[in-house]
Design a binder for this molecule. Structure first.
Ligand code: SAH
Length: 283
């Protein structure tokens, strides 16, 4: 714990030797860490973390803690999942206080469920600390609410990663029909094919799409585009990973709710981004 870091008074859980706490670090901005995550950082003697965990967050941890990088990033060399789980078991059995820190929420496309299962099956006690997921918090930093009464009653979080060409575990036609707003994680690589499938399933080519990269970080970028042009636009603009893709009219709300630009003095672009023709509070 750094000297200036204190948790508010409370009955904070004590990390016991031999335990693994599976914890979300949020999408990037260290301020989005939970107090339980902070409590864990202050006590852990080993922190096993992903590529998506910001260094500033690790620096808040116990300075004596060992840091182990166990990143998994598409296309880059990464530790095998099995090895990570076994390493966590070994560390726990050595009597360490193990913090497994993952970007976003550990149970949202983060393999936290799998790691937790393996640990429990090997008799290692665990605690789960949720985090703010990029598909919610990251979009919020871009001024995009994942639900809005005038837009959607449902939102689908889907991964674009496991896709192999046209053969995929995701039923994109069902997703297209079932959900006004679609939030795609790990979708950049196959964006062209995904967009094509969504259009083939009846989504409008002109439908708004926002791609938020490095969400919540100082270098966050947002590409506003459409379903038909998103893949080409992303390529032209060099949109990088990690990125979350929001498909649906929720993306339009950024025209009013881009709070970061508003804070810098940029005027609101559109007072009625959904073209309701009435004040939103009259809904
Ligand atoms: N457990 C994480 C998701 C891990 S999968 C969570 O709950 O957020 C990794 C994917 O998450 C990335 O490919 C990207 O789609 C998304 N992601 C994570 N951090 C992000 C960020 N700061 N900005 C944009 N997307 C992010």
């Amino acid at each position: 714990m750094t000297d200036s870091m204190h948790l508010p008074p409370g009955d904070w859980p004590v990390m016991q030797p031999g335990w693994v706490w599976l914890c979300g670090a949020g999408p990037g901005d260290p301020g989005l860490l939970t107090l339980h995550a902070m409590n864990a950082l202050m006590q852990a003697d080993v922190i096993v973390h992903d590529a998506l965990v910001d260094d500033r967050i690790l620096d808040w941890g116990n300075p004596a803690a060992e840091r182990i990088y166990a990143g998994k990033r598409g296309g880059k060399p990464s530790a095998e999942q099995k090895d990570i789980s076994l390493q966590l078991i070994d560390l726990a059995r050595e009597g360490r206080k193990v913090l497994r820190l993952k970007g976003g929420d550990p149970f949202v496309f983060g393999r936290g469920g799998e790691e937790g299962q393996t640990l429990v099956q090997h008799g290692v006690p665990i605690r789960i600390i949720p985090g703010i997921s990029a598909g919610i918090g990251g979009l919020a930093y871009a001024g995009i609410p994942v639900t809005h009464r005038d837009v959607n009653q449902a939102v689908t979080f889907v991964t674009g990663h496991d896709r192999q060409g046209k053969v995929t575990g995701v039923d994109w036609a069902a997703v297209a029909k079932g959900s006004g707003v679609i939030v795609i994680y790990m979708g950049m690589k196959h964006l062209a094919a995904i967009a094509e499938d969504l259009i083939a399933a009846g989504r409008g080519p002109e439908e708004p799409v926002a791609i938020v990269s490095d969400a919540t970080l100082p270098h966050q970028t947002v590409l506003e585009t459409t379903l038909a042009t998103c893949a080409a636009d992303a390529e032209t603009q060099g949109v990088g990973s990690p990125a979350v893709i929001c498909v649906g009219r929720a993306a339009l709300l950024r025209q009013a709710l881009d709070w970061q630009s508003l804070a810098m003095g940029t005027p609101m672009r559109n007072t009625d981004p959904l073209s309701l023709g009435r004040p939103v509070e009259d809904g």
